[in-house]
Design a protein. Structure first.
Length: 127
């Protein structure tokens, strides 16, 4: 009586990449910071949740100490449109995850749980 479950419109590769991101956030390998994709202090790096994403899928584009959006390569990897000015969906998704990390005080584990709960949603649950 529950009906037919929805079929994902995302490729298996995109879903696998989202799982990789969630697993990395839960791994304990990446210390969390706020306000920057990646910050080096005293030789130690810390990351925003989007910085971890960038480190995984396009590390050469990661500019330390710069609060910028994730790269086109990274957006493609997790199935969101390339970051282009005027693409409100991508800006909204980036802002939602930055807000979770920087302003709502969510831990990487909590953000990873959110990703996993919305893994097959093209917009990762962002409305």
């Amino acid at each position: 009586m529950g009906g037919i479950p929805p079929v994902s419109t995302l490729s298996p590769e995109v879903i696998a990449n989202r799982k990789t991101w969630a697993e990395a956030l839960k791994s304990g390998k990446y210390p969390q910071t706020k306000g920057f994709l990646c910050l080096t202090d005293g030789g130690k790096k810390s990351y925003c949740c989007l910085g971890v994403l960038e480190e995984l899928f396009d590390p050469d584009s990661l500019v330390e100490t710069a609060a910028t959006a994730v790269s086109q390569k990274t957006c493609d990897a997790i199935g969101i449109p390339a970051y282009i000015y005027g693409n409100l969906d991508t800006i909204k998704i980036n802002n939602a995850f930055a807000n979770m990390n920087d302003h709502e005080g969510k831990t990487f584990a909590e953000i990873a749980d959110y990703i996993e709960a919305n893994i097959e949603d093209p917009d990762l649950g962002v409305k």
